[in-house]
Design a protein. Structure first.
Length: 173
């Protein structure tokens, strides 16, 4: 049977995450415009949720910023940056996006060479799997990155922010 797996170098995710961060910045800016136009405070907007048991917009954005830095750092064998947490304002989140983009910009392809099969064991709550870095980044990290980015979009959209599918590509294709 022919191997149909697509091989992507770990460094290719750096560009994807950078584009996703641009998309998040666009979503937040459109959210703020809508909030101001409708008399909603930024703090209220950042507290919006898809469902009561899900993270609010603020936390969704923080996770996107954190994953964008932490997973490339793990993949490159670097110290893992601290997670973005706490009571962030929109301004704080936009600063976190800029900081994450600056971090990604400093990474070089050679830092990722030969690291796809390096095992990593990580405690993710109820599980503590040991997987190759390529599987962690391509399967777990990127899926979660886009999940939380999509949740930010969904939260804003369900609260009346005029967004369309093109807004998910604001960072580029």
């Amino acid at each position: 049977m022919k191997d149909r797996r697509v091989k992507l170098g770990l460094y290719s995710f750096v560009g994807l995450y950078s584009q996703g961060l641009d998309t998040l910045a666009n979503l937040l800016k459109k959210g703020v415009e809508h909030a101001h136009a409708t008399g909603v405070t930024e703090a209220e907007m950042l507290g919006w949720r898809v469902a009561p048991d899900m993270f609010p917009l603020r936390r969704q954005a923080q996770i996107v910023c954190s994953f964008a830095q932490q997973w490339p750092a793990r993949a490159a064998g670097l110290a893992v940056p601290s997670a973005v947490e706490g009571e962030s304002s929109v301004s704080d989140l936009l600063h976190a996006i800029a900081a994450a983009k600056a971090y990604l910009k400093d990474l070089k392809p050679e830092q990722f060479e030969g690291r796809d099969e390096v095992p990593l064991t990580l405690d993710i709550g109820e599980l503590k799997p040991s997987l190759p870095l390529g599987q962690w980044v391509g399967g777990f990290a990127t899926t979660n990155f886009y999940f939380h980015l999509s949740m930010a979009y969904a939260i804003l959209r369900m609260n009346g922010v005029p967004l369309g599918k093109r807004d998910m590509f604001a960072g580029g294709l």
